[in-house]
Structures are given as C-alpha cells and as structure tokens.
Design a binder for this molecule. Structure first.
Ligand code: IVH
Length: 705
C-alpha cells in the first residue's frame, strides 16, 4: 500500500491516519516494552513516528490526547505535574474481626434509619496503589495517583503503557473517572526482581513497592517495560450515573473494557459478607497477587449518597483486613523517642527479620504498660509476660501499619535477662517524665524547654496539613533547630529567618548544607507565602494535644476569626460563659477543651503563640459551602427524635450547606430543629427567641422536602 504524502492529506484523511498511527504505535510499544517481542523494526517504528509528527505539525488541531509523540522518549521532567482531583480520593476505614463487620452494618442501618433489605458488595482489597483515570468523550485524558487524596501526581504517560487500561471507551459517559488499583502479580514480581538483580539494579521488597516504583517513573518507557496490571473498583467524577447499584456499576465498567475482580459478590447481610470473606481468604495464597483484606460496600448508590463521607473515609464502605503477618526475632534493645506532646514512646530495636516480604528492624512497643504485659486498664496481656532485652519476640505487621511486638517466647529467655526499667526522666532534657491518672503514656514535663518536643512541634508545624512550607521539611527543621547562627526554636523564628541580619539572612543561609542562593531565596519566598494562613490550618499547626485536623476545622468554623477564637479560648475557664460556649460546640468535649485552654493559659506556650501570630495575617473562615443556602453561616441545634433521617445524617447535611451545628441552645443559636420528645432545649430556645422548626420545616427550608 502506498502512503499518501503528508502534504497531500485532506483534514479527514489526516484525522483517520493519526488514529491509525496511534493504534499501530501503541501496539508496537506494548510488544516491544511489555512483551519483549518487537513486531516491527526500529527503523519502521521511527518512520511511523516521524510521519505522525509531520501530520501533527500540519494539523495541530488534530493532535490526539493519546498522541504517540507524547508517549515514549518524552524528556524526563523535574517531577510529576500535580493534579487536583475533582472528587477526592478517599481511604477506607478498617474492620479487624466479625464484630467490627456487624458494627459496620449496624452503623449504616442506624445512620439511615433503615430496617429493610440492605445489600452489600464484597470484593478483594488489592494491595497495590490507587489510580484515577479520567476519560472525556471516551478518551483517556489523564491518570493521577491518589497523592494526599486532594492532589495527586500526573502519571498519564505511564498509565498509557499499562495493557489493562483502555485508551478509548465506547458508550461511556462524557466524563468518567475510573478508579482502581495498579498492582503486580507474584510471577511478574519475581521475574522483574530476577531481571533487576541480573542487571545489578535495585530489587523491590514486595509487589506493591514494585508496582509503585514502576508507575512513578519519570521516564514512561521504564513503566512500559514493567508488567503492571489494573483492577477497576470505583469512580470519581461522572457526567451521568453509571448504574443504580455498586454491583451494576462494576459490571458496567467491565463491559466498557476494564478488568474487574472476578471475586466481587453481592451479599445480603453480615453472615453473607463473612462467608465470602472466608472464601476469599482461603483462596488468598493461590490468587497470584497480593490482597490484604475484603472490601464491603453498600450496594444501593442512592444509600451511598445519603451516607456520604467522614473526613477521609466513606460511611458506606469498610475494609475487613486479613490477620497480620508474623515472624520471630531477637529483641536487641529498647529506645525511647520523645514526641511532640512529650509522650515517651518505647521502640524495639530488632535483629532484622522479613515479615510478609518486608525487612523489619524496628517495632513499636506502645507504652510502658505494654512492655510489662498490661493493657490500658491494667489487665494482663500475653499472659502477663514482659519483654526483656535479648528475648525472642514475635513481630507482626498488617498492611502499612507500623510493626508491633505481639509475643515473647519465655522458653528461650536468657537466665540473666533483666526486666526493662522504664525511664522516669525524659532522656532528652532530663525533666521528670510523669504519668497522669488514666493516661497510658508517660510524658516529659519539660514542654518547650525539651529539645525533642520543640523540634517535633516544629516538624508538625511545617507538615503538609499545617503550614506546608515548601523546602522546609523535617530534615531542614532538624538542621535549623541545631544551627548556632540561624536558629529556629519556635514557629515564630521561621518567619524572622529572612530578616535576621542586614543581608536578610541570605548570606548566612547560602552555602550551608543543601542551600545555594536560589534555594535560599526560594525558601524565603515560600515562607513569605505562608504568612497568610487560614484559621483552621493555624489552629491545627499549633500542635496542641487532642486538637487534630477535624477539631481545628470545627473550632475555626465556630469562631470564624483568630481574634474571636483567641478571646474565646483565653477566657474559657469553668464558670465563664466562654467555657460554656466552647463546650457547646458539637465535637468539643471536656478533654479537648481542657487541653486547648491549658495551652492558651500557660505563659511560655502563650508567648510562643503570640509571637507567631504577630508574624501572620490569619485568614478568617469563609463559608465556601453553598453560600446561597438559607442556612449558610447559621448555628443550628437538633433536638428530640428525627424521623426522616438520623441525627448524624442531619448534622452532616446541615454542615454541607454551610451551617454550624451546636450541641446546646444559647443566644447565638439561629435555628432549633425539634422533633418529638424535645424537652429543655425548646424552653431555652423560647427564652432566647430562637426560631424553632420541626423536621419537615427544616427539610423545606434546606430544599430537601
Ligand atoms: S474502594 C471511597 N475497593 O484501599 C473508597 N479500595 O485502604 C474507594 N483498595 O485507597 C476505595 N482494593 O487504594 C476500594 N476493592 C477495593 C480496593 C480498594 C484496594 C485500596 C484503595 C484505597 C485503599 C484504602
């Protein structure tokens, strides 16, 4: 067949020719890189690529999203581009035993107030890494890793080299984001490691690492040479629903050309789920790829939508994990690490041992009670056996959880083995290490004078969900903390780094470890950038015990501005209205309130906080959720029983519309939603002149009636 010269092609012919070349070149690539069996010669391959490029140059508007020009030999960029997920990529809550599964079903029913039929799907939990594939008008346009769930890495070129991932779909919604797991089979993993070893290259610890290392290659030709596979099990953004149920949606994905797991089953209730779990577990060793549990999902997608999400996990799914993997080794020593809140955490140093394919040399020992064989309530665990240095101990690890010591073999204990003496003083600063009543943890009482606490707090301060300062990670914090010339001892010091001397800190910073003029300037710019900080991030960044990300968001939403928050917390002492206000916030209990107010009322802590805030412009909370909703920004209290939805669902729905949900009625309450059986809150509302609605009135107001 003679080819039409590029300059003679009509636009229609060019489009058809580009489609043909894309297919031929993709096939040739796969044959070459994945199957190691080239179908065409290098010269032919190059000629086809040249032709493709020439047509693209003449008709730039026809360039395909899967253009072969982008595929192979693309110049390695300096890292992957970032992709903001249109729909967040979440993780799953875990269940470890049958009771957790029954509890899950129970919670779902309670949340929905649903007593009838309730079906679930059950399918293997693949031990790989998740990937989101975006198709527009049937063509793959983007592939992104999960990243932190909100922003992932753009690995489109790499994903295109995976045979299980279709480049084109027929009959798919206009916008379809397919999510699933990239993994490597046991056989492919073993063969890859063998090839790597022969070539003197790095070998991988397990198939999951191999899959991750292969997908996250800057050079897509390396990914192409790695035998990656993909199972589809979920979806993100969609222009129209895939189906009415989880099971049918998965069937639809299979019909579109995706690999879906053949062990996916529709189940009716916990007994059914557990039976399928045992069935999958019994096949685990012969599946040929790693799985670490079974995932259960509510089948009805309407119910899934009502159940919605917690901060990082859906309420409609759970991962039932397989029991952990075990190994025996020798306990070489016990080190104490001092954390951000002063907790003394014992860490076991072990003679390296392979547990489920991963070499383990450290394991957590939790706390001093755990070492002596007691749980938090003082009851015996492991039959009361303690751990001693030199003991023969059992290590266990479950998925990516930190390894733990599970047991000790007393028959192998050395005669002179000494019981471990847990330190009563902080090994870092010498301050007394105290245990409060009811606390399993012994804590250094040194506060900010303890270098370990101070440095850990700084690391937390700059961490991803806190200030997230580019170029200032844990490693740089360690360096600055010890730096005699440019010390950073408290968060405020970070913001004065650039102005410490006449040379704006630059001269002093450059030429030391890892910093040149450009990176020093970049760091100062990154710091400047974070002087404007959202209130919730600031509250979280302070690293106050019991004030995690969710609590920080709750507090920020309630107080809206730093000034209101600071005044509210400073004056919150039992008996004061500020104390009652703090405790009225849904999600704030005694423990959190006590810890938060203690930090603000401690002179040294307070001085550090004030010095920091003086450097910042704290951004108040803006109600980004549905500002056109009539309840946005309003404080709502629910009381009595609700009939159309559960309390938890009502709260989540109200918050999604931008309302604040409080636990008790005060003059600040805007709306009281009272169901049957409402009592004292109705009277309180009347006293304060708060508008009161019944459930139907509330649903009508928010447009859900
Ligand atoms: S569903 C919204 N199904 O497990 C929840 N996840 O621990 C979407 N995973 O991030 C996830 N197999 O990477 C789902 N059959 C499966 C899975 C699965 C493996 C991974 C996924 C997720 C992680 C959570």
């Amino acid at each position: 067949m003679t080819e039409t010269a590029v300059d003679q092609l009509t636009e229609a012919q060019a489009r058809a020719e580009l489609a043909r070349l894309a297919e031929v070149l993709a096939g040739a690539n796969r044959a070459y890189h994945t199957l190691d069996t080239p179908e065409i010669s290098d010269a032919e391959y190059d000629a086809l690529k040249q032709r493709n490029m020439a047509i693209e140059a003449r008709f730039p508007q026809l360039r395909r999203t899967d253009s072969p020009s982008d595929l192979v030999g693309a110049a390695a960029s300096d890292g992957f581009g970032k992709v903001a997920h249109q729909v967040r990529m979440l993780s799953l809550e875990n269940a470890f035993d049958d009771t957790d599964v029954a509890d899950f079903e129970d919670r779902v029913r309670k949340y929905l107030n649903h007593n009838g039929e309730l079906a679930f799907t059950a399918e293997p939990k693949i031990d790989g890494l998740s990937l989101s594939l975006r198709y527009e008008s049937g063509s793959l346009v983007q592939a992104a890793t999960r990243g932190d769930g909100e922003v992932g890495e753009n690995v489109t070129d790499n994903a295109r080299t995976i045979a299980d991932i279709p480049q084109h779909l027929i009959g798919a919604p206009d916008v379809l984001e397919v999510r699933g797991e990239v993994y490597m089979s046991h056989a492919d993993f073993a063969a890859l490691n063998e090839r790597q070893a022969l070539a003197g290259a790095k070998t991988f610890a397990n198939p999951r690492n191999a899959a991750a290392g292969s997908l996250r290659q800057l050079d897509a030709t390396i990914t192409a040479a790695r035998p990656l596979r993909f199972f589809a099990y979920s979806w993100g953004a969609l222009s129209e629903p895939l189906a009415a149920t989880q099971f049918d949606a998965i069937t639809r994905l299979a019909a579109l050309g995706f690999q879906t797991n053949p062990l996916t089953l529709l189940c009716h209730g916990p007994d059914d789920l557990l039976a399928h779990y045992r069935q999958i577990e019994s096949q685990r060793a012969t599946l040929g790829y790693d799985i670490d549990g079974v995932v259960y999902k509510v089948n009805d997608l309407g119910l899934q939508a009502r159940l919605g999400f917690r901060s990082a996990t859906p309420r409609w799914a759970i991962a039932h994990k397989f029991p952990a993997e075990l190994a025996w080794t020798e306990l070489l020593g016990i080190d104490i690490q001092v954390g951000r809140t002063g907790a003394l955490s014992p860490v076991a140093r072990l003679k390296p041992v392979t547990v489920g394919g991963v070499v383990v040399s450290n394991a957590t020992l939790h706390n001093e009670d755990y070492i002596v064989g007691r749980d938090a309530k003082g009851n015996e665990i492991r039959g009361g056996k303690d751990f001693r240095i030199g003991d023969w101990v059992q290590v266990y690890r479950a998925g990516d959880v930190i390894p733990k010591l599970a047991d000790v073999d007393l028959s192998r204990r050395k005669i002179d083995a000494q019981a471990y003496d847990f330190p009563r003083e902080c090994p870092e600063c010498g301050s007394p290490a105290l245990r409060e009543e009811g606390d399993a943890v012994r804590r250094c009482s040194g506060g900010l004078i303890c270098p370990a606490q101070a440095v850990e707090r700084l690391k937390h301060f700059v961490s991803r969900h806190a200030f997230d300062i580019e170029g200032l990670g844990a490693k740089q914090i360690e360096m600055f903390f010890k730096d005699a010339d440019l010390p950073v001892k408290t968060p405020a010091d970070i913001f004065t780094l650039g102005s410490r001397d006449a040379d704006n800190g630059l001269k002093r910073l450059k030429n030391r470890d890892g910093f040149g003029e450009t990176s020093a300037k970049k760091l100062f710019a990154a710091i400047e950038d974070k002087r404007r900080i959202p209130l919730d991030r600031l509250i979280f960044a302070l690293g106050i015990r019991h004030v995690g990300e969710v609590a920080a968001q709750t507090l920020a939403r309630h107080y809206s501005t730093w000034e209101a928050f600071e005044a509210g917390v400073t004056h919150a002492v039992p008996g004061a209205v500020e104390w009652d206000e703090l405790l009225s916030i849904d999600g704030v209990g005694m423990i959190l309130a006590t810890s938060l107010t203690a930090a603000f009322q401690n002179d040294a802590e307070r001085a550090a906080i004030d010095a920091l805030v003086a450097q910042l412009q704290v951004q108040p909370v803006v109600w980004k959720a549905a500002s056109d909703s009539p309840v946005a920004g309003k404080t709502v209290v629910f009381t009595g029983s609700l009939e159309k939805m559960t309390r938890a669902e009502a709260k989540a729905r109200a918050e999604s519309l931008g309302a604040k949900v409080a636990g008790s009625v005060s003059a600040k309450t805007d709306i009281l939603v009272a169901g049957p059986g409402a009592g004292s809150k109705l009277k309180e509302a009347a006293k304060h002149g708060v508008a009161t609605l019944d459930e139907d009135g509330w649903l009508a107001l928010i447009g859900d009636a």
